[in-house]
Design a binder for this molecule. Structure first.
Ligand code: NAP
Length: 285
């Protein structure tokens, strides 16, 4: 059960057959200050070198600054990185999504996104966004598209649209302390083979200060972050995207991929962080 280095990260297949590692890299707080950009890019490069080749960003993060940091990190290794970016809901119209994507591509210094997500649902009709995403896909500017912060009702609405079922993933808040999606969204997505991307998998760091998690981690000779990530990675259809600009944290998070949680540990985690017993509105940050 002890955490050990392992050479390959577990991966999952997207609906179109592309493979992605189940542990990636977040970038929300990156690109906000020019003075930190080099360190942040170095951190992402380290993560990619360690096999965490899925990088999640968005036009929103650092007002485009995070995408510029990602550009620095992937410049010499674009083909080995799976780049995810997101469009603001107010930019998700039939024409505006095309120009937003082109701006993202420019900042990322690449010719295509591996996955483009609608960041959250806004006022623009979903059908328009899907049309724009499909246009971008036909033009080769994105290889596939998905959504973020969609609850079960949003997903049902999406799937009822022509081509709505091309959705390759839904990125939602999911970690030990926030298990609401297990009630209905996760089963709904599983039934339709739509992978889940778990954002804020460490509860933005606050989960790591939970004494119950620390006690369980101590028993496993692991860190709270490793247990939180290993818990998410227990499911074959979940990609966790922790963010860190600290090389030690990145190395340590990578080790979580080889931490196996036995039934007793999973039971202890369920007791400390109970699964939902009723439907709750989708939690969003
Ligand atoms: N779709 C959406 O609406 C949405 C919303 C939120 C987030 N996201 C995505 O999900 C990513 C991750 O979520 P997040 O950034 O909110 O939170 P998170 O990954 O849960 O937590 C990040 C925090 O944890 C710290 N950390 C990371 N590894 C650690 C370790 N091993 N030990 C101790 N501390 C550690 C980081 O600090 P250090 O830098 O010091 O390591 C940072 O403060 C984001 O970057 C973004 O890409 C998407």
């Amino acid at each position: 059960m002890a955490a050990q280095e392992s050479s390959t990260l577990p991966s999952l297949s997207l609906p179109d057959g592309a493979t992605v590692p189940r542990l990636g890299l977040g970038t929300w707080r990156m690109g906000e200050r020019k003075t930190s950009a080099a360190r942040e890019a170095q951190a992402l490069m380290l993560g990619v070198d360690l096999g965490m080749t899925l990088v999640d960003t968005a036009e929103m993060y650092g007002d485009g600054g995070a995408e510029e940091v990602v550009a620095r990190a992937i410049a010499a290794r674009r083909d080995s990185v799976f780049v995810v970016s997101k469009v603001y809901p107010h930019n998700a119209g039939r024409k505006t999504a095309i120009s937003a994507c082109e701006r993202s591509l420019k900042r990322l210094k690449t010719d295509r996104l591996d996955l483009y997500l609608l960041h959250w649902r806004g006022r623009i009709p979903l059908a328009e966004t899907v049309d724009a995403f499909e246009q971008l896909r036909r033009d080769g500017k994105i290889l596939r598209w998905g959504v973020s912060n969609f609850d079960t009702r949003d997903m049902s609405e999406l799937f009822a649209l022509p081509e709505g079922q091309r959705c390759a993933a839904n990125q939602v808040l999911y970690h030990l302390g926030e298990r609401g999606i297990e009630w209905d969204l996760l089963p709904w997505m599983r039934e339709r083979h739509v992978p889940t991307m778990a954002y804020s998998p460490l509860g933005q760091g606050s989960l790591l200060r939970d004494p119950k998690l620390s006690a369980i981690a101590k028993r496993l000779a692991a860190t709270p972050a490793q247990v939180a990530l290993a818990w998410l990675m227990r499911s074959p259809d979940i990609v966790a995207i922790p963010e860190s600009a600290d090389p030690e944290h990145i190395r340590s998070n990578r080790v979580a991929a080889s931490l196996r949680l036995d039934r007793a540990t999973l039971g202890a985690l369920d007791a400390a962080f109970p699964p939902p017993t009723a439907a709750t509105p989708l939690a969003i940050i």
